[in-house]
Write a protein that binds this ligand. Structure first.
Ligand code: AHG
Ligand code: MN
Ligand code: MN
Length: 289
């Protein structure tokens, strides 16, 4: 992965290497998180906390631990102007005794964390933006940039193997962690979503709360061969978007978390900056929509 990132950097004559170093720190953070997650119940950190995050979700112990890992792996580096996380109410200011840089990072440290104590795949999602020109102490508004401005997005998937999937806007590449060596190796070059699919992923327990067009679409899929789509579909729901999107990158399909009447006030379940923007960038770069 290090070689891949450096070779990518060489394609840009003006590159200073700052971005390469930042990505290396992200990779290190993900390796540390992989280590924590993989130890499972041995560390006694599988429980829930009394606290809720700003989205009103009960925080898992590991949500907070992995958030701290991400911050401590990156705050010192000098490449970041600021950080923002799904698990923190406000952007994280880089402490004054560290230098700052031109990038912003937004992350979900442990996506799918409701799955940690049942040993099902979880992941880390990140999105990198440029800080607005001249901004060294970014405020909330500086993070609120459209997804099309992302410089880079990626995720680490802590599944039966640990993977790191990355785009900088030139396709999508996937790497698998060799634990003994401690390095990610390029195992999935130029990932492209298969065009043909029989699979969709949606939490149908919310069906009665969806808007009418979504209800109708899923209903038509469920009718299978006898319905208007004239084919049988298969369904998956892991409750970890990273695992879901990864499956789609490998074998195609549809993932959705449609707006439902319970979620209307908060604008939907998935968070635009920490989840939907980075995953959308990756999916588009892999030929999806
Ligand atoms: P998080 O663990 O970061 O809160 O996100 C979980 C998200 C997403 O990964 C997943 O697809 C969805 O929430 C699961 O929602 P349900 O529990 O409603 O199925
Ligand atoms: Mn999440
Ligand atoms: Mn999360």
């Amino acid at each position: 992965l290090t070689q891949f990132i450096i070779e990518e950097q060489r394609r840009f004559s003006g590159a200073t290497g700052e971005f390469t170093l930042l990505l290396n720190d992200v990779v290190t953070a993900c390796k540390k998180i992989a280590n924590q997650v993989n130890k499972g119940a041995l560390l006694g950190t599988m429980g829930s906390l009394a606290s809720e995050n700003v989205q009103g979700e009960v925080q898992k112990e590991l949500d907070v631990i992995t958030n701290d890992i991400f911050i401590s792996s990156l705050e010192w580096s000098g490449h970041l102007a600021g950080m923002a996380s799904e698990e923190m109410e406000a952007p994280y200011d880089i402490p004054g005794h560290y230098p700052t840089g031109k990038y912003l990072i937004l992350f979900d440290p442990l996506d799918g964390s409701s799955n940690v104590n049942i040993n099902i795949s979880v992941g880390t999602i990140f999105s990198i933006l440029r800080a607005p020109e001249g901004v060294t102490q970014p405020k909330v508004d500086d993070f609120l940039q459209p997804g099309t401005r992302q410089v880079c997005a990626g995720y680490a998937l802590y599944g039966s193997s640990t993977m790191f999937v990355l785009t900088t806007g030139h396709g999508v590449n996937g790497f698998t962690l060799d634990r003994e060596v401690g390095e990610f190796y390029l195992t999935h070059p130029n990932m492209t979503i298969p065009e043909d699919t029989h699979e969709f992923a949606v939490n149908t327990s919310n069906q009665r709360h969806w808007e009418a067009p979504v209800q109708r679409y899923v209903e038509e899929c469920l009718q299978g061969k006898e319905g208007p789509r004239s084919r049988d579909f298969n369904m998956r729901w892991v409750a970890s978007m990273v695992a879901e999107v990864h499956r789609i990158l490998i074998r195609g399909g549809l993932f959705m978390y449609p707006l439902d009447s319970k979620l209307k006030d908060q604008g939907g379940k998935l968070r635009l900056l920490y989840e939907a923007n980075p995953m959308s960038f990756i999916v588009e770069q892999a030929g999806g929509a």
